[in-house]
Design a protein around this ligand. Structure first.
Ligand code: ADP
Ligand code: 3PG
Ligand code: MG
Length: 378
């Protein structure tokens, strides 16, 4: 395994440090809805400050402005939030993606950014699947290191690539084509893959089951995946009719009518899979089991409760997956226990919540990322 240059080994004293952070957080009407990605960089900022960095300059992107200035995607609220959270002095540049040269990985842009520091730190694991100027360009011009959170992400995801015998992967969400390489790779390491969400629709369809109006991908499912006995699909599901929203019925998977769509895994599947999760030595989870934003979250909640209350070690990642877990209703967690504090759970060391969405999937499918390669170059 190539060594990643670690910030803990860097000579920081009197150095101007340029830090790429991932502050791509959900914002509505100027209000930050979730600040975990902001909190995650603080230990690295403190390390730099305490090690005598001459100056700390942060660079980040927000959303997809496509190379133009978009007022609602300015980083002002994010900067304000970070100043509330830490006393470490820093300077922050405006959204990198307002400049088209960022995503084009323009060399001159990388040089301009590199001029802001004497050393570079990548603390944006979640963006390291993008070969952009601030991720792979700058390291060509400065001594470059991985931040503390970045290193932890890589350590944890390496563990997920070599899980103990009997481990279970839970994969849901949507867009089969983006998760297909991951599924292939997981089959070699995990005993079983529990496939929910819209991804299950694709495999059900490929296995000749009726899926009605369910969301399916444009691409077909390769026969190795469709035929694999270790990919489990739901035995029962919740179904909704287009013109009768909000009134889902549970049925066996073979009984989907042509005007219905699958919105969640069914109660019997949820119970069986929750049991598997509580018995597995290790669980990897990405993707909600149903359309949780529309309230179809019973399946996702049941698996989350099994994971949180059970003893399995686990890695959980994906923007929607974490949003679903954070929004579990108190009533779901029986016996008076309150909403799960994911930070507290992570501190216990049993479950790791990856900051990466696309980056985590790509790392698990390919074993590396462009931004990681840039930190291992000699
Ligand atoms: P993550 O961001 O955690 O990687 P994804 O982006 O892959 O997860 O998937 C999340 C999306 O999948 C959500 O918008 C959710 O509504 C959708 N989804 C889950 N199950 C279904 C389903 N049965 N039909 C349609 N969409 C689904
Ligand atoms: C993420 O939200 O996963 C990262 O910030 C990457 O964003 P992107 O998909 O727009 O590159
Ligand atoms: Mg998503």
């Amino acid at each position: 395994m190539p060594e990643i240059r670690d910030i803990k080994d860097a000579d920081i004293e009197n150095k101007r440090t340029l830090v790429r952070v991932d502050f791509d957080v959900p914002i509505a009407e100027g209000r930050i809805l979730d600040d975990v990605r902001i909190k995650a960089v603080i230990p690295t900022l403190e390390l730099l400050h305490e090690s005598g960095a001459a100056k700390i300059t942060l660079i980040a992107h927000l959303g997809r402005p496509n190379g133009k200035t978009v007022e609602s995607l300015r980083l002002v609220p994010v900067e304000a939030r970070l100043r509330e959270l830490t006393k470490v002095p820093f300077e922050m540049r405006e959204n990198l993606r307002f400049d088209p040269r960022e995503e084009a990985n323009d060399e001159n842009f990388a040089k301009e950014l590199a001029a802001l520091g004497d050393i570079y730190v990548n603390e944006a694991f979640a963006d390291s699947h993008r070969a952009h100027a601030s991720i792979v360009g700058v390291p060509k011009f400065l001594p470059s290191y991985a931040g503390l959170r970045f290193m932890k992400e890589v350590d944890k995801l390496r563990e997920a690539q070599t899980p103990p015998v009997g481990s279970v992967a839970v994969i849901g969400g949507a867009k089969f084509e983006t998760k297909e390489p991951l599924l292939r790779n997981l089959l070699s390491a995990y005993s079983q893959v529990l496939l929910g969400g819209a991804l299950a629709d694709d495999v059900l369809k490929a296995r000749g089951m009726p899926v009605g109006e369910s969301l399916v991908a444009e691409v077909g499912v390769p026969t190795e995946l469709a035929g694999s006995e270790r990919i489990l699909v739901p035995a029962d599901v919740y179904l909704e009719e287009e013109d009768d929203k909000g009134s889902a019925r549970a049925a066996m998977t073979g009984d989907v009518r042509k005007e219905e769509r699958i919105v969640d895994i069914g109660p019997s599947t949820a119970a069986t899979w929750a049991q598997k999760i509580s018995e597995a030595p290790f669980v990897l989870w990405n993707g909600p089991m149903g359309i949780y934003e529309e309230g179809y979250r019973a399946g996702t909640d049941a698996l989350a409760v099994a994971l949180i209350k059970g003893g399995a070690r686990a890695i959980v990642g994906g923007g929607d997956t974490l949003a679903a877990l954070r929004s579990i209703q108190d009533s779901t967690l029986k016996q008076g226990s309150s909403r799960p504090d994911l930070d507290e759970i992570e501190k216990s060391g049993r479950i790791f919540f990856s900051m990466g969405g696309g980056a985590m999937l790509k790392y698990l499918a390919e074993g590396t990322l462009p931004g990681l390669e840039a930190l291992t170059r000699r």
